[in-house]
Structure formats: structure tokens, C-alpha cells
Ligand binder design. Structure first.
Ligand SMILES: C[S@@+](CC[C@H](N)C(=O)[O-])C[C@H]1O[C@@H](n2cnc3c(N)ncnc32)[C@H](O)[C@@H]1O
Length: 299
């Protein structure tokens, strides 16, 4: 049993470090996820673990605790419609507006084990929508190093690739290696993975044409939601599109985003009228090194 005092400390610690909000109705979850962390650290109980965190909140143990509490549920082409909207509406529009630079920058924020950014890479390579000479960059970030490691490996179980992935994509973009499915190098190299806490200032990443920030804000407290949404608005290029999860909305939280409805899809554009209050952001390219890809490299 975890003491009430430890729980109170732990809720505040988790919220400060990650934005994630839990309450005592989730005590069973906390016990299930933190007991192994305590055990691995040689501590007798979660109370002892909390005591250590109090003494040294910025220790590697603190990061392990936060990592253990993050929910990393995801799947390929999750909810399908946002991906269709990118393919049918947003991307074709960007090909017109970005004609001069011939470049599109995409960010999968809170990418978990990589299914989301790889879905975007497969989608854009499959449809042949990228004209020759165009440069597409996909940055994928998450708070948890453990899930980023899996994402970087590009290895998925049969169960994982069955969830949401069209059969023709399975055979076209994956190699079966034993019982696992490995994403092909020509798709993998599109995506650059990096650890990033969404509560930090991410302005230095530059502007993005497409941002997927899906199924993470639902776990955040109101102040963290606002902080992230305001900053996301400032990270959108003038014609950029932000996609949120099905249960997530900036309504009543951030005035810096405007809702756009297309067919069945919904995305958000930056509200120019409110952005003058934000500090200006200079566009900045991602580091190269095999991660930025042109259409010709994919086929
Ligand atoms: C439920 S998954 C969503 C994955 C994907 N976007 C999707 O919709 O399928 C949420 C992810 O957010 C990450 N996360 C939690 N807190 C975060 C934070 N403060 N900054 C960045 N990522 C965070 C978790 O590690 C987890 O991988």
C-alpha cells in the first residue's frame, strides 16, 4: 500500500515533469507500474521511491518513474481519417503554397513507438504525391526513450502490424524477419526520432507544415494543454495544419488556433490575429544525414 502522503507528492511530481495528470482512482496503475521501478532501484517500496525522488527530483530515477507512467498506446493509421485528410487535402494544398521552397516539414509530436510517423511516410510514398525534386522531412518526438528505441528499430510484432495497416502496405513496406516485421530502410530513413518533452520550449525546432499531436493532450492538465497548444500554433507555418486526437480540442483553451473542417476531417490552422503576441520563430531545417527524403528515393 502506498501512503497518502507519497501519492500526493507523486501526483505533483508527475504533473510537473510531464504534464500527465493522475488521481487516487488510478492507485492500482501507479502500484503496478512503479513497483518494478522501485525493485530495480533496490528500494523496498513505492514510499521509499517517493522519498528518493523528494531528495533528488532530477535524478535518472525520476525519468524512469515518468517513463513508467506514460501510456504509449498507438497503431498504424490510427483513426484513419486524419491520414486521409493529409493525403487528399492538406498535402496537395502544400504542393501549391510551398512551390518556391519545394519543401514540406512534418512533425509527429508524441510519436510513441513510431507507427504514426511511419504511417505518414508510407502514405506519402505510396500515393506518389511528392513530385521529383521536393524535400520532405519527418521529425518524430516523444518523452520516453524506451519507446523511441523501439521506434528507431522499426521492428513490429505481427499483432502490431495487423492493427490498422492495409495488407498491401504490409508486403510493400515491411520485411518479415523471424516472427517480427521490419520496416524497409527506404521508409525508415524518412523519419528522424528525437527525445522531446512537450512541456519544454520547442521553438528552436522551427516551423512545420503538418503537425500530428494526437492522443496526448487528453492526459494533460489544463495549464499544460494551453501551453502546448499556444506553442504549437506558433510552430505552424502560415499554411500549416495541426491534427489533434478525436477527443482533443483547443476550444476554450487556446485562441491561437482556428478549426478547419474538410469532408470528415478536422484540423487546426494558426490564428494570424493572435500570433502577433507570440515571439517570432525562425524556420530552421532539421539536421541532414539520411533522414530527409525525396520522392525518387522511395520507389
Ligand atoms: C497515447 S500515446 C499517442 C501516440 C500517437 N500520437 C497516437 O496517437 O497513436 C502518447 C505518447 O505521448 C508521450 N508523452 C507523454 N507525456 C509527454 C510529454 N510531456 N512530452 C512528450 N511526449 C509525451 C508518451 O510517452 C506516449 O508515447
Amino acid at each position: 500500500m502506498v501512503s497518502k502522503e507519497s501519492l500526493t507528492f507523486f501526483f505533483a511530481f508527475l504533473q510537473k515533469e510531464s504534464g500527465l495528470v493522475l488521481d487516487s482512482s488510478k492507485t492500482y496503475l501507479i502500484e503496478a507500474r512503479l513497483e518494478p521501478v522501485a525493485l530495480e532501484a533496490g528500494l523496498a517500496s513505492i514510499d521509499a521511491l517517493c522519498h528518493q525522488l523528494r531528495l533528488n527530483p532530477t535524478s535518472p530515477l525520476g525519468r524512469k518513474v515518468v517513463d513508467a507512467m506514460a501510456t504509449n498506446e498507438t497503431s498504424f493509421f490510427r483513426d484513419r481519417v486524419p491520414f486521409e485528410t493529409v493525403r487528399k487535402v492538406v498535402f496537395p494544398e502544400l504542393l501549391k503554397t510551398n512551390q518556391k521552397a519545394k519543401k514540406v516539414r512534418i512533425w509527429s509530436a508524441a510519436c510513441a513507438t513510431g507507427q504514426e510517423p511511419y504511417s505518414l511516410a508510407m502514405l506519402l510514398s505510396d500515393t506518389g504525391v511528392i513530385p521529383a525534386g521536393w524535400d520532405v522531412e519527418i521529425l518524430a518526438t516523444d518523452l520516453v526513450e524506451r519507446v523511441l528505441e523501439k521506434a528507431r528499430s522499426g521492428n513490429y510484432s505481427h499483432y502490431e502490424i495487423q492493427r490498422g495497416l492495409p495488407t498491401q502496405y504490409m508486403t510493400r513496406f515491411f520485411d518479415q524477419v523471424g516472427s517480427e516485421w521490419q520496416i524497409k530502410p527506404e521508409v525508415k530513413k524518412w523519419v528522424q526520432f528525437r527525445r522531446l518533452n512537450l512541456l519544454s520550449d520547442f521553438a528552436s525546432l522551427g516551423l512545420f507544415d503538418i503537425i500530428f499531436c494526437r492522443n496526448i493532450l487528453i492526459y494533460f492538465d489544463a495549464a499544460s494543454k494551453k501551453k502546448v497548444l499556444d506553442r504549437m500554433a506558433a510552430s505552424l507555418a502560415p499554411n500549416g495544419a495541426l491534427f489533434l486526437g478525436g477527443g482533443e480540442t483547443p476550444l476554450g483553451i487556446s485562441e491561437r488556433l482556428i478549426r478547419v473542417e474538410v469532408d470528415r476531417g478536422v484540423y487546426y490552422k494558426r490564428n494570424e490575429a493572435t500570433l502577433s503576441t507570440s515571439p517570432p520563430i525562425q524556420p530552421q531545417g532539421l539536421e541532414r544525414g539520411g533522414n530527409s527524403v525525396q520522392k525518387g528515393q522511395l520507389q
